[in-house]
Design a protein around this ligand. Sequence first.
Ligand SMILES: Cc1ncc(COP(=O)(O)O)c(C=O)c1O
Length: 469
Amino acid sequence: MSATSLAPIQSTSKPPAILSLIGDTPLVEITRIDTGPCQLFVKLENQNPTGSIKDRVALAMVEAAERDGKLGPGGTIVEATAGNTGLGLALIAGAKGYRIILVIPDKMSQEKIAHVRALGAEVRLTRSDVTRGHPEYYQDVAARLAEEIPGAFYVNQFGNPANPLAHERGTGPEIWEQMRHDVDAVVVGVGSGGTLTGLSRFFSRVRPRRGVEMILADPTGSILYEYVKTGKLVEAGSWAVEGIGEDFIPDIADMSYVTDAFEIDDAESFSTARELLRLEGILGGSSTGTLVAAALRYCRQQTKRKRVVTFVADDGNKYLSKMFNDFWMADQGFGRRPTQGDLSDLISHRYEAGEVITVGPGDTLLTAVKRMRAAGVSQVPVVDENGRAIGILDESDVLVKVHHDPDHFHHEVKTAMTDRLETLSPSAKIKDLLEVFDRGRVAIVMDGNKFLGLITRSDLLSYLRRQMP
Ligand SMILES: Cc1ncc(COP(=O)(O)O)c(C=O)c1O
C-alpha cells in the first residue's frame, strides 16, 4: 500500500503542545574560539520548533491578527516567503487550523518548498527575476491574493508591527535575564529588521543611560552596512548567505539604533559557521556565520572586557548540502583546493581521496542503481580490486539490460557496463574534453595507470563559471 492511501490519523481539536516551545531558547557561551577580551554568548534560536528565530514572529503576527479581527475561524494566511518565516507560519497555521498560501520566488530551493508543503502550506510559485512594482513580484502577488480571497490576511513581516514586538516582549527580556542584567552589546542581522528594532527598543528602555550597543552584521552586497556608515543608499549586489541583508530598508527596521556595523563576505560567513561547528559543536545556518564573524571582529577590537550576545538564528541542517558540503563549497569557488594547472583541476570528486562513488564489476545492477540514486548521479565508474577503472555504467546501460526482464537487476555490473573508455591524461586540453562530451560520454582521467576521477559536462561548466571575471 502506498503512503498516500493510508487512512488519515484522527486528530482532536486541541492545538499541539509544540507551540509552547516557541521562545525561551538557551544561551551558551563561546569558549574555544578566541574572543579577545570579551565574553561572547550565542542564543540558540535554532532550537525553536521549525528551527529558527522566525517561529517567534510568526506566532506573534498570527495572534495579533486574531486580536485585531483580521484573521478568524476559516481564515487564510498569505505571506511572500520561502524562508524561515514561511516555515513558522505554516506550523502555526496547521496548529490553529488556518489555510496558508505562501508565494515563493522560483529560485528557492526544492528542499524549502518541500518543507513548507509538508507542513501543509499551499505554494504559489512566482518569478524571481522581477523587482518591486512588477505585477509578478512575489510580495505584490501575495498582497493581491490576500485582497482577492475572502477572509485572507496578508502577514507582511516587513511592515507588521507585531514582528518587532515579539522581540521587544520575548527575545529581549529573555536575554536580559539570561545575562543577569549585564550585557554590553548585541550583534544582529537584519532581514525584516524585526530583531533589530524590537531588541533596540527593549534595551534602550532597561538600560537607558549606558545603553546596550546594537551592532549590525551585514553580508557584503547588502545595502545596510553602507547606509549605517554613510547614510547613503547604494545599489545592492548579491550574496549567498540566507535570511539577512537587504536591497531596501524595510518599514519596520529602525536603523537609527545601530551603533556600529561590520560587513562580512560569504566566504568568511561560511568558514566561521564551519569553525563554530568544529570548535564549539554548534550547527548554525549561514547567517550564524555572518553574525558570529561580526561579533568576533567587534570583540577583538575591544580593550575592556565586554559581555556580548549574538544569535544562532537558524539551524545548520538546512545547509548540509551547501555550506557544510566540501564539493558545493569548491563548486562555488570557496575554499578551493590547490590547483595543478591541468585537467585534474576540473575533477570535482577525486578517487584517491575516496570521494568518487564507484561500483565493482561483480556488484549487481540493483546495487549500482541504488548507489547512483543515493549519490544523485546518473553514471558511475566501474573500478576493479586493484583500483583500475575498467568500465563505466550509466542509467541507459542498466535500462538496456532490465527493460525486458526486471529480474536482470540481479545481473552483474560487468555484463552491462561500457568498457570502451574515454580516457584522457591530465595534460589533455579542454578541446579533447569537448570531443568526449560530443560523443555523449564522460571523460575518465588517468595519470598513467592511476585513476584520478571523472569529468562531466557539469564539472566543465562549474570550472568555466569559476573563471568568470
Ligand atoms: C536566518 C535569519 N533570518 C532572520 C534573521 C533576522 O531577521 P529579522 O531582521 O527579520 O528579524 C536573522 C538574523 O540574524 C537570520 O539570521
